[in-house]
Design a protein around this ligand. Structure first.
Ligand code: G3P
Length: 478
């Protein structure tokens, strides 16, 4: 069937023997936009087998040559930014400009991986034995970083390209091969991105992309004995994967309930602008979105007014028109968001705007006077709805933040740097931003979640290190 996008294995574009496909529904039109192959377990086996073979030769390829190919792929990716961004618009309803910047950011990320890789993989350690009690200087230890083998990358729908290359770049520069299982929404953008690696002439089998239903190939991939590392970004599935995976390094970035604490002395204009950007960009569908505002009662009215003034200016509509608020990714996601809104309504939250929905499009909504008995106080909507909880002490804010099962990022707005640092230390999250909204980038910064928000740390340098293992050679003198 010519209408079904092929999957990528062994350096070739292939049709699955299943004869089946997976539809990708355009979130805006709610009709099938694209179809991808529904790969079989047998095909996954073959992909992993060729990844294993390709990796052996790649590990022996000089690091500078690996870097050269990555730079080439990065340049090709940037050249193809327009068609890839168009897929993001159709598949995940990302606003047109954001879709373009996702691709450009991805090219930059791949180049940075190449540069960082040649530096950090280019040096090891030299140790001598006589610093440990009872030893003479008769043993010299040399260490270097070796690849893990086959890395499985599973990115989420909200950054199908960027969160794929944030795994591909580090894996490849470190000498691993990579198998990509893209999210269904975003699979075609991911296949286009993989095509850029194909055009850059990477060895056959080193990078591959299998598409299909999670129910058919998900567990099969994550539990495959030949997979040596899993890098996953997404929701609860990550917890299930980590329970089933074998004894291999895992890098997991799961959900978040990023709190924004606003103190009395905060620059309220800055806080309001950051809440709107942090809470509503890409319609709140980011792990790092502001998902609860904890504001001191004395400044709450002023802050809420400032936020509402800005919410009123957000444009709502189609991603093609580059609107700020666009349809959320699926109907079930929209239904889930609506469930949280109805619960908050029943329990007495103040609606700053009227709740409005048309298909998957949900108008931006700020909910004031949210209380801890409401689901929205704890659950992540992954949609354009931001709850405000009024607090009477900083401790109350910190306690709310720390009572969450998530711990990705948080932010605090204050002009008092000492307080900011103390609050940052007290918040049980992987990162705290002072006077700005949570965000993962720049992409070489460490990025990690505590508790249910993840395992390990990402960011280019951390990912390269995580996708390697220390190997040592000891020279024993007579
Ligand atoms: O939801 C994905 C998460 O990694 C957010 O990234 O760049 O929007 O902060 P970013």
């Amino acid at each position: 069937d010519g209408d079904v996008y092929k999957y990528y294995a062994d350096g070739q574009w292939k049709v699955s023997s299943s004869g089946k496909s997976v539809p990708i529904i355009n979130p805006s039109t709610r009709i099938t936009q694209f179809k991808v192959q529904a790969c079989t377990q047998e095909e996954v086996n073959r992909v992993i087998e060729s990844a294993k073979t390709a990796q052996k030769a790649w590990a022996k390829t000089p690091i500078w040559k690996r870097a050269e190919l990555l730079h080439k792929a990065a340049a090709i990716l940037k050249e193809h930014k327009t068609p890839i961004a168009e897929c993001l618009v159709k598949e995940i309803a990302k606003p047109a400009k954001d879709a373009l910047s996702e691709v450009v950011r991805s090219g930059d990320l791949v180049s940075y991986c190449a540069e960082e890789g040649v530096r950090i993989l280019g040096e090891g350690k030299f140790l001598v034995s006589d610093s440990f009690p009872g030893n003479d200087r008769t043993k010299y230890c040399l260490t270097s970083k070796i690849p893990l083998g086959v890395v499985l990358a599973i990115p989420p729908f909200n950054y199908p390209v960027n969160l794929a290359v944030s795994k591909i770049g580090p894996a490849l520069i470190a000498g691993n091969s990579l198998v990509l299982k893209p999210p269904t929404q975003g699979a075609v953008a991911a296949l286009h991105m993989v095509h850029c690696f194909h055009l850059a002439d990477f060895p056959k089998g080193l990078i591959s992309c299998v598409t299909g239903k999670g129910s058919e190939i998900g567990d099969f991939l994550t539990m495959h004995p030949a997979v040596n590392c899993i890098s996953f970004t997404g929701g609860d599935t990550g917890i299930a994967i980590s329970k089933k995976a074998g004894m291999i390094p895992l890098q997991m970035e799961l959900g978040g309930k990023d709190a924004c604490i606003v103190l009395e002395d905060a620059d309220l204009d800055l806080a309001a602008a950051s809440i709107v950007k942090g809470g509503f960009s890409y319609s709140g569908q980011r792990c790092t979105a502001v998902k609860v505002v904890l504001v001191m009662e004395s400044v709450a009215d002023t802050l809420v007014k400032k936020v509402n003034d800005k919410v009123a200016k957000l444009t709502v509509g189609l991603p093609e028109n580059d609107c700020d608020i666009t349809p959320v990714v699926t109907e079930s996601s929209a239904n889930f968001i609506e469930g949280l809104v109805i619960d908050a309504k029943q329990k007495g939250a103040t609606f700053c705007q009227e709740y409005k929905r048309d298909g998957n499009l949900i108008w931006p909504l700020l909910l004031d006077n949210v209380r801890p008995d409401m689901r929205i106080a704890w659950e992540e909507p992954f949609g354009p709805v931001v709850p405000v909880i009024r607090i009477t002490s900083v401790e109350e804010g910190i306690n709310h933040c720390n009572a969450s099962n998530f711990g990705l990022q948080g932010c605090v707005f204050t002009r008092d740097i000492n307080k900011a640092i103390m609050i940052s230390d007290a918040m049980e999250t992987g990162t705290v931003q002072i006077n700005s909204a949570p965000a993962r980038g720049p992409d070489h910064f460490p990025f990690q979640g505590l508790k249910d928000s993840g395992i390990g740390s990402q960011g280019i340098t951390n990912s390269i290190n995580m996708m390697t293992k220390i190997k040592s050679t000891v020279i024993n003198l007579p």
